[in-house]
Design a protein around this ligand. Structure first.
Ligand code: F0G
Length: 346
């Protein structure tokens, strides 16, 4: 399978040359459910090479950086961008520097970045502070490419998510629901739909209640949510995100951490395991249904990152569900479980 640069070469518009790719993109669009006249589809972006949607933008940003003579890449991150930048830099055989907020990135994402050989810096403060510091510092270093979503090539790469949805459904969906942190992805999907199909679906951007600057209409100095990927108080791409939502008559909605955990569980019980930031989008969809705002047609929810990227939230499930038995007790325990299974099957 080819990556997004090969699949959508003319739409991305990179000059000819070697693509730095890990065969990202072409992720499943799962028909999840039908609600009245609506069909709900889930786009499983956690199935990208590093487990999040970031790979779509990173292949393009790193390929372009290399073509322009960059010797290294740098990003600020809540974790997924760091993991993706580290992987694509490793693929390109150049160093990656990642700057993350102290104590705020999951162990799993930290491990990914380190495994791929990234130079890892933790700074005091939150993601917004990290991004500000990184943007300041790159200005004086011409050979260092910034690969956050403020890099237009990142956005161009992430547009391919929209192209794939259009290709798969045969037309744009009626609505798109996705989590919003730094607001790069919602901007990319909007631009992707506009460019590829000329039609902008209703865009619903979902934020965690404690980190919801776009819902509240002002920056949040100390954002808080268990969905660490979207713990962002000052989104860099807020202007284009607001434009997309206004133009499409969509909305920004916030969901509580409790709603996020419930949504994560509901998806998992249907066979799909996503990290909390992605579950926020599904929680947003449930809210839209509750408010009777699902008006029919195809609704696509973008599930941005895999559940294995964040081991912190499911600990409660593990503690509540594991049962220690001796080998001699296995027969009896199985008997109980078979009873339950038969009950469910009937
Ligand atoms: N979902 C996940 C899993 C993310 O990692 C992010 C952002 C988002 C949603 C929001 O996307 O920022 O384009 O609005 N993660 C960034 C990072 C900030 O550093 O990994 P956005």
């Amino acid at each position: 399978m080819s990556g997004v640069i090969e699949r959508y070469h003319s739409w991305i518009g990179l000059p000819e040359g070697r693509a730095i790719s890990l065969s990202e993109g072409s992720t499943p669009l799962v028909h999840w459910d039908s609600w009245g006249h609506s069909n709900i589809f889930l786009k499983l972006e956690g199935l990208n090479p590093t487990g999040s949607f970031k790979d779509r933008g990173m292949t393009v940003a790193v390929t372009n950086a290399l073509a322009e003579g960059a010797k290294a890449v740098i990003c600020a991150s809540t974790g997924n961008t760091a993991a993706s930048a580290a992987a694509y830099a490793a693929r390109a055989r150049i160093p990656a520097l990642v700057v993350v907020p102290q104590g705020r990135v999951t162990k799993e994402k930290t491990l990914q970045a380190l495994a791929h050989g990234a130079r890892f810096l933790t700074i005091e403060g939150n993601f917004d502070d990290a991004l500000h510091a990184v943007r300041q510092s790159v200005q004086s270093i011409p050979w260092l490419a910034l690969v956050n979503s403020v890099n237009p090539w990142r956005i161009r790469g992430q547009e391919t998510g929209a192209y794939e949805v259009v290709d798969e459904l045969g037309r744009p969906p009626e609505a798109l629901v996705l989590p919003v942190g730094n607001a790069g992805n919602i901007s990319a999907y909007a631009q992707g739909f506009r460019r590829y199909s000329g039609i902008l679906p209703k865009m619903f951007g979902i934020q965690a209640a404690g980190a919801s600057p776009l819902v509240q209409g002002h920056d949040i100095p100390n954002p808080e949510t268990l969905a660490s990927a979207i713990r962002i108080g000052k989104p860099a791409s807020s202007a284009s995100a607001k434009e997309a939502v206004a133009q499409s008559q969509g909305a920004f909605l916030s969901v509580s951490d409790e709603d996020i955990l419930a949504a994560q569980k509901e998806l998992a019980h249907g066979g799909i395991f996503v990290e909390p930031a992605s579950a926020a989008a599904y929680a947003g969809l449930l809210r839209l249904r509750q408010d009777n705002r699902i008006a029919g047609g195809n609704i696509v929810v973008v599930l941005t990152g895999h559940g294995l990227k964040d081991g912190s939230t499911p600990n409660a499930w593990i503690d509540a569900s594991t049962r220690l038995i001796s080998a001699g007790e296995l027969g009896e325990a199985l008997h109980d479980m078979i009873g339950v299974a038969q009950h469910v099957a009937h």
